[in-house]
Each structure stands twice: as structure tokens, then as C-alpha cells.
Design a binder for this molecule. Sequence first.
Ligand code: FAD
Ligand code: AMP
Length: 478
Amino acid sequence: MSQKFDVVVIGAGPGGYVAAIRAAQLGLKTACIEKYQGKEGKTALGGTCLNVGCIPSKALLDSSYKFHEAHESFKVHGISTGEVAMDVPTMVARKDQIVKNLTGGVAGLMKANGVTIFEGHGKLLSGKQVEVTGLDGNTQVLGAENVILASGSKPVDIPPAPVDQNIIVDSTGALEFQSVPAKLGVIGAGVIGLELGSVWARLGAEVTVLEAMDKFLPAADEQISKEAFKVLSKQGLKILLGARVTGSQVNGDQVTVNFTNAEGEQQQTFDKLIVAVGRRPVTTDLLAADAGVDMDERGFIFVDDYCATSVPGVYAIGDVVRGAMLAHKASEEGVMVAERIAGHKSQMNYDLVPSVIYTHPEIAWVGKTEQALKGEGVEINVGTFPFAASGRAMAANDTAGLVKVIADAKTDRVLGVHVMGPAAAELVQQGAIGMEFGTSAEDLGMMVFSHPTMSEALHEAALAVNGHAIHIANRKKR
Ligand code: FAD
Ligand code: AMP
């Protein structure tokens, strides 16, 4: 007789493992199925985020930034170090250890909460039954009152640059280089391309980013994306916009890439090429033909605002459904679904999912951009404050960028917070907290901010919305 659960989750990424833990906390008998085998050949929980995404990329970003600081900016502080060298295998091994600790930590949390883990491939059959094919090839069928599909995403491949994980790599391969490539090509100036390009540029690679679109970071506020383009270019990232890759040839240890831009056909040769042109949902062998779950036209599982699929009792969350491919969006959907299964009326505010690009300076935002609001005909007031005028940023020798607060001109309600600069991700989160509670720019301006902090730039930008900034000349005086 098959085992029966209240909730069966397929996939243990930040969507699936969080959903499973929350469901178990709520007293539901919960199972989670995961097939991923980590570097040591054992099942590793945590999905893309912990194994080959958010965490390993941030580990390399932090290591490479420390190297960059030691190399480039210690001398400003009067520190001399002698020759600074980077041992890349040690940097990569440190990253691997962090991944191991965290994925092991998730396994511990699942156990502590009483979630039953099945190692293998999960497939939804009709009638809310789930088939598990174990690592030994044996199958068993689990019965479920509710099923949560959390199978995530994987990198998009493009025919002009087939990944071999040696010379042409995807984001996973780019976390594993054992030495710094002298010349690195990156296809795609999205979040992943910019972060991974930055890691290797800081360590001395000559990095060229080929981006098909003419616009840089079109989802960001235009003022911020223009500033970011300038700052990242100054750091040495050569970002070619309007450059569409059309082909590539690997010759020995190098790859020659063909692309077209406004000047016509171009060619460049690199030692490594990272393909970072986006991610697509993973649904391979996830659904039996008669499972009844609808997909949308782009191959995502179709869900409503509460992540319910077309089959009652079957939900889908995270990268496999519409919306931003972000770990925090996946996790919050996991919590919402687990709570709704338990009978709560939980919901999620999709308007306030923050976006972050962990370059240095970081680029982060929440809410709407100036161009989007103007497009909608909303009258707005805008306040900005440059980090060049922040005492804390000067003390830290980290003055590039700005904070921008956008408020409704009639109500003063904050509609967007956009930051490029030190601690941008943390500052934007402060904006998100305020916005969740319907803050006005005046409310933010009336709050007491510690001095000296980077956060004061948010305070000043909020004050500037109504012409009351103290530490910068106001454009509007009121
Ligand atoms: P995933 O994390 O992809 O997990 C899905 C899991 O399901 C996988 O472990 C997979 O093995 C398993 N699975 C799939 N099918 C089956 C099946 N049939 N049976 C059993 N198991 C199955 N997001 C951020 O928010 N911040 C960041 O800084 C950030 N940085 C990133 C950096 C990189 C390089 C990459 C690649 C991604 C980054 N992301 C970041 C995105 C983030 O990793 C994803 O949005 C997040 O992991 C999605 O979570 P998920 O649970 O939906 O799917
Ligand atoms: P993201 O989806 O945010 O990770 O960004 C991926 C980027 O890759 C997008 O900005 C695409 O325009 C870009 N891209 C996709 N295909 C190509 C290509 N053939 N050549 C250059 N850039 C591409």
C-alpha cells in the first residue's frame, strides 16, 4: 500500500523546502522529493539557490571584492600589503564549504520539522498521486491530499553557443573556474551575467559582455541603469549593447564568438565564454499526460494569484511559475501555499518583491520605476540623494551611486525606491517595509535615522521628494 501524505512537495529549492517546512510546522504530514546530486555525489537539498545560484555566486562575489579592495583601494586608507595574490582553487573551495554547510543545514531543518525526504525524481500522476523514481531506479507511488510543484528552472541554451562546461559554460560552470581567464566573454547583461562577469573582472580577467538589447537593464529605473552602466564600465566591464551573438567556434583552449551589432558582423576571441541569457522552467517528466495541469504559452505551469494550478489541490511555486525568478519570491509563495492548504487566508504582495543585482555598488529596487509611472500617467514627485554627499559613504571610500525615492504627487505615498550604492539591497528592504505599510515620503522623512549610516541617504532622498533635504541643495523648495 502506498504511503499517504497531506502534502507532497516536488523539489527542495527555496520554494519547495520552505513550503515543506511551513506545512510540517502547521501539523500537516509532509514529504519532499529531491533528485539533485551535489558535488560529492549525494542528494543535496536547497535547489539552484543554495547549490549553484544565490549563495555560491555571493561567496565568489565577496571573495573577489576583498581581493579587489586589497589590490585597488587599501592604499587610499594608507595600508600597504606587498603583492596581493588570489588562489582561485581556495576561493572556490571556500564557496563549496559554504554550500555544503547550508545544504546540510536544510536537511537538518527538514528532519527537525518531521518532513520525510524522498531521494529521486518526482512525477505527478492523475488523482494527486506522485510517483517517485529512486536513485536505484525503483519506483513507488505516494498518495497526497495536496501536491506542491516546485521544480525550479535551469539555464537557457542558445544554439550559437552550445555549453560544453569547459570553454563555453553556463552559470554553474562559471562558479567552477580554477584559474582566472585572461579574456572572458559573457553573453547576456542580465543579473547573472553582470554578477559573474564582475567576479572574474575583479580578479583580473578582461571581460566583454555581449548584450542583444540596445537598452541596459531595462527593468531598472532609467536613471539608475544609466548610472550603473557608467560605473560598471569604469570598473572595466566592457558592455556591448545591441550585440547579438550568432555563432561560436571552439579552437583548442579558446572560443571565437561571432556577433552582429550596428557596425555589422563582428568577431572576438575569448579563453572562456559564459552563456547567461536567462533561465527556463523545469517541467521535464514532471507531469503525467493525464495529470491535468495546464501550462502557459511560455512553458511555465499556469497558476492563479495564490499559486493554485488547474487541478484542485495541486499548487506550483517559484521559478516554474510566472513572475520574477528570485529565491525570496519562491520562498514566500511556498509559505503562502502551505498556509492556504492549512486553511489560512494567506496572500502575497507581488507588487513589493525587491530586485537586487550584487555588483559593487549593488543595484536594487522595489516598486515602480519613474518611466513606468510616467507611462501610466501617474503624477509623481522624485527625491534623490547621491552617496557622494554621504558622510558614511565618504568614510568608507564608497561614494558611487544614489538613492531615489518616488512618491505619488497627490498623496505622497511612496511608489518606488531605487538604489545604486553601498548596501543598496538593505536600503531597498527598508523602503519595502515602509511601502508595505503604505508609507508616505513625509513619514520616512520624519523618522530618526542613525548617524552616520548609509541609510541616511534613504532618509535624505525621502526628504528631497518634498524639497526638504538638508545635506543637498533641493531642486524644489517648499
Ligand atoms: P530551484 O531552486 O531551481 O529548485 C528546484 C529543485 O527541484 C532543484 O533542486 C531540482 O533538482 C528539483 N527538481 C526539479 N524537478 C524535479 C523532479 N521532477 N523531482 C525531484 N526534484 C526535482 N535569486 C535571488 O533571489 N537572489 C540571488 O542573489 C540570486 N542569485 C542567483 C545566482 C545564480 C548564478 C543563479 C543561477 C540564480 C540566482 N537566483 C537568485 C535565482 C534563484 O536561485 C532561483 O530563483 C531560486 O532558486 C528558485 O527557487 P525554486 O525553489 O523555484 O527552484
Ligand atoms: P536575464 O534573463 O535577465 O538573465 O538576461 C539575459 C540577457 O541575455 C537578456 O538581456 C537578453 O537580451 C540577452 N540575450 C539573449 N540572447 C542573446 C544573444 N544571442 N546575444 C546576446 N545577448 C542575448
